[in-house]
Write a protein that binds this ligand. Structure first.
Ligand code: NAD
Ligand code: MG
Length: 412
């Protein structure tokens, strides 16, 4: 397993009090995961007093109004906005509060470097690579919601974690579930890890209807309320493809030990099957505050305000194989996982641009798979060195973005 801390033998179970005293930094506090993280913190404060889970830093991309309101509510030492053009507004909004302010990409990375016990990485996309690495480098406990950084730069993350000994607790619900099921056990005995997929809003749509699906329809996820990009990824099943690659790196599992099953109720989050024929599952209501609370409290358990599971009410759990013909992104991602090298980096970058263009109305829903495939073809034909150091990865990411953007413009 990739340095996930459950493997470490030198851990003793801490008392709950120091766990509640953990200082937390939230990168991407204004997004869906960021807001859910704040909800877990506020819940802890309501139960244990205002000093519980103090906040070191909050960072956001450009949503300055929400960032100001959050900072005034939870009183971090610093609030950082990536969009430098919004610094004056941030300063104005926090004037007299005693909360420091900063802006820009470097300031987000600096925020991750500040001394906090836990860093929640909830920035969207590959923009999380460098801030997440900064938190890992200083040995923080990293609650990792962002999956794109692991997909784009898996080997760099693996090496950085080995070097610093940082504990990385996956927050992505399926991976958090696998982490819990493995519970310190050796992933070497595992025969298969199966990630569940809800199937998204188009699970039963025919291709002709998917062709004309609107961004609004694509982001209307049946079970989860999430940011726009991951919602579209769930609709194409690219999300599950990215998650296979995420699991491949996080748990050091070879591609042939990873599988996907569609489970529309999103109650079972993973199945871990062992060589003796046993299969262990993790269940919870589909509410991200459960894996968030698990990651913040680990290895203790802290209370979460999340919905509780009521199986009698749900009554039926169903499972079906994914339809690779209608959801081509899943197979494309599996091919990239098998190919290794920079293929996952290119896949992720092309997908980020294709999703952005789909959300902007420039391309159709089924064009997302086409753009990703075309970008992978171009990257394969180029003579770019298969250099998986960070510089090589960032260069491949930039090149793939440019190629995909061009393809989006031409395709229209
Ligand atoms: P979101 O779009 O709602 O929020 C993203 C956050 O990142 C916002 O605070 C935004 O301001 C910030 N941000 C965006 N671009 C940035 C940049 N360039 N620099 C700095 N900050 C930037 O996204 P989300 O749904 O909260 O997802 C966040 C991450 O967690 C994604 O990687 C997603 O795949 C992963 N994830 C989310 C869920 C979920 O339920 N939402 C579940 C599993 C994993
Ligand atoms: Mg997930």
């Amino acid at each position: 397993m990739m340095a996930l801390a459950a493997q470490r033998s030198d851990w003793t179970m801490p008392a709950l009090e120091p766990v509640l005293g953990r200082r937390i930094t939230i990168l991407g506090s204004t997004g869906s995961i960021g807001v859910s993280t704040l909800s877990v913190i506020e819940h802890a404060r309501a139960l244990h007093g205002a000093d519980a889970l103090p906040v070191e830093a909050l960072t956001a991309g450009s949503n300055v109004d929400v960032l100001i309101a959050q900072a005034l509510a939870v009183r971090p030492k610093i609030a950082v906005i990536a969009d430098e053009g919004k610094l004056a507004l941030l300063e104005q909004g926090l004037n007299g509060s005693g909360i420091q302010t900063a802006a820009g990409r470097a300031a987000v990375i600096e925020a991750a470097s500040r001394p906090s016990e836990v860093v929640m990485v909830a920035i969207m996309g590959a923009a999380a690579i460098e801030p997440a690495l900064a938190a890992i480098a200083r040995g923080a406990t990293v609650a990792l919601a962002n999956k794109e950084c692991v997909v784009a730069a898996g080997s760099v993350f693996r090496d950085a974690i080995h070097k610093s000994g940082a504990a990385v607790i996956p927050v992505d619900s399926e991976h958090n579930a696998v982490f819990q099921v493995l519970g310190g056990g050796d992933a070497g005995d595992v025969e298969r890890v199966t990630l569940t997929a809800s199937g998204g809003p188009f699970r039963e749509w025919p291709l002709e209807r998917m062709r004309v699906a609107t961004p609004q329809q694509a982001v209307a996820h049946p079970n989860w309320s999430m940011g726009a990009k991951i919602s579209v990824d769930s609709a194409t099943l690219m999300n599950k493809g990215l998650e296979l690659i995420e699991a491949h790196f996080l748990f050091a599992l070879p591609p042939e030990k990873l599988a996907v099953i569609v489970h529309p109720q999103s109650v079972v989050h993973c199945l871990v099957s062992y060589e003796d024929g046993s299969t262990l599952a993790h269940l919870s209501a589909p509410d991200m505050r459960t894996p968030i609370a698990h990651a913040i409290g680990w290895p203790r358990r802290i209370s979460s305000p999340s919905r509780r599971l009521d199986l009698a009410e749900i009554a039926q759990l169903t499972f079906q194989a994914p339809d690779h013909d209608r959801f081509r992104c899943l197979g494309i991602a599996v091919d990239c996982m098998r190919a290794g090298g920079l293929a996952p980096t290119v896949l992720n970058a092309a997908n980020e641009i294709a999703v952005e263009c789909f959300l902007g109305g420039q391309i159709g829903f089924l064009d997302i798979a086409r753009i990703v495939e075309e970008t992978l073809d171009v990257a394969q034909r180029s003579n770019a060195r298969d250099d998986d150091a960070l510089e090589g990865i960032l260069a491949a990411d930039a090149m793939a973005r440019a190629t995909a953007r061009q393809a989006c413009q031409q395709g229209h």
